[in-house]
Design a protein around this ligand. Sequence first.
Ligand code: NAD
Length: 502
Amino acid sequence: MTDLTLADWQSRADSFRPETRLFIDGDYVDAVEGNRFESINPADRSVVAAFSAGNEKDIDRAVAAAKVSFKTGVWSKMAPRDRMNVLYRLADLVDENAKELALMETLDMGKPINDCLTMDIPFVADTFRYFAECIDKIEGSITNTENDVLSLILRQPIGVVGAISPWNFPLLMAAWKVAPALAAGNSTVLKPAEQSPMSCLKLAKLFMEAGGPAGVLNVVPGLGEEAGKALALHMDVSKVSFTGSTEVGKLMLIYAGQSNMKKVSLECGGKSPNIFLGDLVGDKLEQAAEAAAHAIYLNMGEVCSAGSRILVDQKIHGDFLEAFKEKGKDLYKPGNPLDPGCNMGPLVDHQSQDRVLGAVAQAKVEGATLEFGGDTPGGDLSAGAYVNPTLFSGVNNTMTIARAETFGPVASMIPFNGLDEALSIANDSIYGLAAAVWTNDLNLAHQFVRDIEAGTVFVNSYDEGDMTQPFGGFKQSGNAKDKCFESLLSYTQAKAAWFRFS
Ligand code: NAD
């Protein structure tokens, strides 16, 4: 919890003047054509600032700067220990600037300030520390081959990496791309989501303060179809690392095919099943029901891995539903996100609010039972893009609410009979990002872990983990892993070198 009060944060917000220009080749610069777009505070519809909107020309400038920095080797050939030190200093600077970065996230996308201070920003610092630690652990190998031959495999950086990030954890999702890309020695151009460019622009400055060379980390905010597309189509970008919707993720593959066959790593949407087996009773059932509510309502439900499909065994369904209503209904209360006591802000924008309320209306039409929520808070919050925590029961897996990503605080409860049926429902989805099972039965837990089609799975927990844990999806949730050493290696390429001695 922060030492500042709501009044303190409000006064900081009122006098806050963020940097609004692009960051290219070590400096803030205006967009070539001078275009701007507004970031709107979703809590009250006020304009936070008008940001330079990068387009193809700005992306060209940024990629050119990144390419020069890569070729000169100022970063790509820097001794690993020196590169480590820069990223360690950057992690420290993130910590030192935590309050300002947190305020940026709250104003840009409505995330509660306390979440920013206790989750997003510390996790960003962890991300840079973890990948800094990994830098001199990237090893090539010598293969076992003929006597007169030395066969080496080198791991080298790829070149210019384009990172395209979403708004739901603005700086953290960007850090999951940029930190391993930089650690591996690449130069980068980051295109943050247009809803939340502020903290990424600040990160670029902190990178320079930490001793990073100019041109190595460039940040070009702009619209997806302009700046994002230009980056993904660029002939001098060797890899694009994308986090966002499945729909746009598919475009990334097309752009790569239309340009230079760049590598594409995708972290996309989800409709993750959180499964509660029939052996849960008493306190365990109550705790599990509360955990189910956290898994869907945290961050206003705007979490790619949110446990939005709550599958409950028929044996415990009645008790579980009651426990969820009792524990889950008031666990998250919409409020002013600048209030340190608030745990639920508005959705990112009013378009999202309309989309989520539309999904609620559709679920009712399709026959789901609204248990609570499905509406917006009134009073002081009526101007904001809020949606109250919502629960539907009586959902079946053919309903839209069980199939499409809602990306809001809407839970669907789906009954089943036994683990086999739960697995078949859970796996009947185009997505495969995260999944969890809650049970005391080790055999069933093991069967679940083996048979569930998801990249990140939990047993008796949800959305836990640390930097060593690969995070990424199966199926249309993506083709890559963030965090973890494997992610770092994906920002390198293997070169085989065959030395003949004779
Ligand atoms: P989005 O796909 O609309 O946008 C993501 C990024 O792509 C933004 O920077 C946007 O400007 C850019 N973009 C949009 N259209 C583009 C185009 N035609 N060409 C190039 N770039 C384009 O997603 P969003 O609304 O910002 O984020 C929410 C989505 O992100 C959800 O689907 C969520 O599940 C997903 N997400 C996934 C993960 C994960 O790790 N799997 C993490 C966070 C969010």
